[in-house]
Design a protein around this ligand. Sequence first.
Ligand SMILES: Nc1ncnc2c1ncn2[C@@H]1O[C@H](COP(=O)(O)OP(=O)(O)O)[C@@H](O)[C@H]1O
Ligand SMILES: [Mg+2]
Length: 578
Amino acid sequence: MASKPRKRVLVPPDPATVDKPRTRGRPKKDPNQPKAEYKLSDRERARRSVQMRLRNAKKSAATQQQKAEYKKKKVKKLTQSADKIEKALQGEKTRVVDQGDLEHLPSAVGDLVDGSPVIFQPNPGPQEEFLSASEQDVLYGGAAGGGKSFALLADPLRYCHNPNHRGLLLRRTLDELTELIDKSKQLYPKAFPGATFRESKSTWVFPSGATMWFTYLDRDKDVTRFQGQAFNWIGIDEITQYPSSYVWDYLRSRLRSTDPELQQQLCMRCTANPGGVGGWWVKKMYIDHREPNKPFGAYDIETGKTFVWPDGHKKAGQPLFYRKFVPARLTDNPYLMADGQYEAMLRSLPDVERRRLLEGDWDVAEGAAFPEFSRSRHVVEHFELPTNWPRIRAADYGYASPSCVLWGAIDWDNNIWVYRELYAKHLTAEQLADKILEAEELDPLPHYNVLDSSCWNKTGFGPSIAETMMRAGVRWTPSDRNRLQGKMEIHRRLADDPYTNEPRLRIFSSCKHIIAQLSGIPLSKTNSEDVDTKAEDHAYDALRYMLMTRMSGYQSIHKTLQGIKDQAFQPADATFGY
Ligand SMILES: Nc1ncnc2c1ncn2[C@@H]1O[C@H](COP(=O)(O)OP(=O)(O)O)[C@@H](O)[C@H]1O
Ligand SMILES: [Mg+2]
């Protein structure tokens, strides 16, 4: 059935509203109208007042609860401290009592503890400073016999009552580790009766369940053994035996704990004598430009920039973590100083050894390959180089390890002035070429360009590193790779020229890496003719390539000049000039 069509009705507009503008929303109040009054009944009034009182009562209850929580915590801490001390007094020394615990309790208890036998007490001075340090990363370094290794062994005992404590103590070789384990066997069972050393796992297991793993790490690439593991305490004894900071940096990624108490104090602790293959980076990380015994924000050892929280973080601009260097002195260890015999032995050592081991002097390197290198004679401040001094560029290429490019100028007496250095990691051959071209923009064209000859190696049809750089516009010739000859040439250049009484090689003070490597690179322990290749030596290699260049072009310049001189006007009479 078809529906009926709807009727449309047209309504005429209301003449009363037709002139008024249409407004949206709630109509405005008339300001002339009397204000509304709330007439509350007695019952409602009473209800509201009760509600308000209830609210206030709730608020004050919450405050009281907070106060009670705080007091509960305080009492718990006190009971724990009392427990520890009681056990210690009963000879059941399962926990370490520290000064903080004693402060909670009446002085009479402190007197009692003073009277009981003490298993370990830090020597006053640096050892105490090291053991009480609150910074995340601390180096205890300096004189031999200062009590460094002993303190490193004692440090983790502070946490061994906690079942979640996981500690890792490293040395470079197995023999050295055995010595450390022997010392720990004297100390640990006394501090924690019931602690056992599991030889098969080289791990101490404490009655609480806490563990301390003693192991050695010889090669850098073996750090992957620690992949996926977590430790709240990591220590290395004699850290300068590691040629670079690689292992220490990697271990930092393993430093973590889920235990709230241990999270508050994650520790990286290391000890060292000055010198050794890694003396240069340890000095750079903890000692150069920073005051001893004072915490400082950890910084990148290559750029010197402090690691900080990024923008947008609530700690933006603040250091990520702190480091501290505690210098060790033999005089602070009464156990070795008492009879003076050990001191006498150290005093009888040759000058360099004595300064390192007795005085803890970090400025002298052990078995330095270039003991004749001296900052006062070989390092000069920047000056404007004459544009007609021929230029020489030399480079050692690396991607994971740094690349180093050195620029030198040859003066008219055949002396070399190294005036610029480029030292960078993770640059492809093309990127390095770009950086070189950028640095040389205002330089005269170099006469000689030498690059590590292994950069021409290739196994297939693809371009070699040298070829890639040459395609990018940086020309190279292969370097001389004779290591021993190269080292001899550096010695010859560092020595004084008998005619001028000046060294034949000078370095601008801005070339930091080559200066550090010449002053710190040690001799090889297996081949005393060469430097230790485990130490960082990229700038040293670049310098070797530079000095081993046959500067035939330069000789010809000299010859040309000599020729011009020979053909020049020769006066017949030396006095009157004709
Ligand atoms: N706080 C201490 N309490 C007892 N003995 C100590 C203490 N500090 C050091 N010693 C003794 O001094 C010796 C030498 O210390 P050590 O840590 O080996 O020195 P370093 O590692 O600095 O060369 C240790 O074997 C130990 O017997
Ligand atoms: Mg030691």
